[in-house]
Design a protein around this ligand. Structure first.
Ligand SMILES: [Zn+2]
Length: 492
């Protein structure tokens, strides 16, 4: 009998090992359809010093996002006039429209109108330079200084780098007499930094109203990072989706009065308990059901054997994987919704019981989760408590749909990235912040967020931070990348 049990156990272990081994062995990215032939744009003569000068000029227009329509729009108008003067060949071939006065929509018509267009995004607006950070800048943030092989200033990376690189690429192709087979649309918003309500949202609606259905949309949002937290080496990450967001307002009420005669629970103690329960409520955290699993598959060849075995068998090694991911906050956010209590307000006198206390909890919503469901789970967590109400502070924003990592357009972006940045294997990713791209979700099956700029983890603080700059290497790579995207993506 014992022998029989041992034999059965041995068979079971062998089967399990075989299954784990098989999953590990087959844990590779599926081959993309129609991987395109990418021409070597490195052969093209790009005048990088002239292009850098142009980026420096663009930085000098203080296109800080306008908070209301009464504000002076002069900086944006000056930038528009500069674009027209600086990029004549492009303006010769493309139709220019303004949307809500300050956003720019360019259509470069393709020879074959039946082919769905490519939509390329960038934004003109920049965040301000707060007075208390000005001293930490090594240079004047709006002077457009070129030094140490970089163009310095507010917007150099976010997002005038993209804006100017797109224009440089289009000008380069237009001046050579190249013409697209499929239409290329450029949409340059003017209020991305406040969510794009008057820029991107309006342009996307206009295109939808015209019946435009894009082949794909490409925006900023992710880049190549070195070292990547999982592989320890450079990885170019193409954003397939961006997280949603919601602010949950927690309100607790109780009898106001004097603190010498308190009820068992006060508004403050109730609120503390409620916040704690919401913060601790179980959130699903997995590789599957979002871009994380696609990222891991794409990185499979870069991983050691043990990592590969573990990642391919999340059903068995889940806890180890999650432990490893949670050591890095960006990696942890890939696995599930994050919940961060940020504001708490109660009484303002130590001797008085307040009638109410309020907290705000910041949810960043993973593509797997829905705001309604998160609210329901938070409500459930309140069971047995009285005097606590929950609501979304404003309508929550859903995560954007997850674009395909096996489409022909993904293969195009990945292929051109490999051509200009051969040292970085390409993998899909999840954008942790927000971009204008979310407004275009209904217009194309696939919306990607990627710039082929190689950054260190510290560089990621530059957008919105101090000493924002674009290295000439990265800038040149970006120009070649957009040339490759247009030339290959809109080839006859
Ligand atoms: Zn941006």
């Amino acid at each position: 009998m014992i022998r029989l049990i041992l034999a059965a156990a041995a068979v079971l272990i062998a089967a399990l090992a075989g299954y784990v081994g098989y999953r590990s062995w087959t844990f590779t990215p599926p081959a993309p359809r129609d991987a395109p032939a990418i021409p070597d744009t490195r052969a093209y003569e790009i005048d990088i010093s002239a292009a850098a000068m142009h980026l420096a000029e663009a930085i000098q227009f203080r296109t800080i996002t306008l908070m209301d329509e009464e504000e002076d729009t002069g900086a944006f108008e000056d930038l528009h006039a500069w674009m027209q003067a600086r990029y004549p060949a492009f303006h010769e071939v493309a139709r220019r429209e303004t949307v809500n006065d300050l956003s720019l929509l360019y259509t470069w018509p393709g020879a074959d109108a039946a082919q769905p267009p490519i939509v390329l995004l960038a934004h003109q607006d920049v965040v301000p330079v707060p007075d208390d950070t000005r001293a930490a800048w090594g240079v004047d943030p709006f002077a457009g200084i070129i030094e140490q092989d970089a163009v310095w200033g507010r917007g150099a990376m976010d997002d005038k780098g993209s804006l100017v690189a797109l224009l440089e690429a289009a000008e380069f192709l237009a001046a050579r007499g190249w013409r697209p087979e499929r239409t290329i649309i450029f949409a340059f918003g003017h209020d991305e930094e406040i969510g794009g309500p008057r820029g991107a949202a309006r342009m996307a609606a206009l295109l939808a109203q015209r019946g435009v259905r894009a082949w794909f949309v490409l925006d900023e949002g992710m880049a190549a990072i070195d070292p990547h937290p999982i592989t320890g080496a450079p990885v170019a990450m193409i954003g397939l989706s961006e997280r949603g967001a919601g602010i949950m307002r927690v309100r607790a009420v109780s009898q106001p009065g004097h603190a010498s005669m308190p009820e068992r629970e006060t508004a403050v103690s109730l609120l503390a308990e409620a916040v704690d329960r919401i913060h601790a409520m179980p959130i699903e955290r997995r590789l599957e059901g979002g871009p994380a699993i696609d990222m891991m598959r794409a990185l499979g060849p870069e991983l050691g054997v043990m990592d590969r075995v573990a990642l391919a068998n999340e059903w068995m090694f889940g806890p180890i994987i999650h432990e490893r991911f949670s050591a890095n906050t960006a990696a942890a956010a890939l696995l599930g919704t994050t919940v961060a209590p940020t504001v708490i307000r109660g009484g303002d006198h130590a001797g008085i019981l307040p009638g109410e206390a309020i907290a705000l909890i910041n949810f960043r919503i993973h593509p797997r989760d829905h705001a309604d469901d998160l609210m329901q789970r938070a409500q459930n967590a309140m069971s047995g408590m009285e005097g606590v109400t929950l609501e979304w502070d404003s309508p929550p924003l859903a995560a954007s749909p997850v674009s395909s990592a096996t489409s022909a357009s993904y293969a195009l972006i990945a292929g051109v990235s490999r051509a200009v940045l051969p040292q970085a294997p390409v993998a899909p990713g999840l954008v942790l912040a927000g971009t204008d791209a979310r407004h275009y979700a209904g217009m194309a099956e696939n919306v990607y967020r990627y710039q082929p700029i190689l950054l260190s983890p510290e560089d990621l603080d530059m957008p919105h931070g101090v000493n924002e700059r674009m290295t000439l290497d990265n800038f040149e790579r970006m120009i070649r990348f957009y040339i490759g995207i247009m030339e290959t993506g809109a080839a006859p």
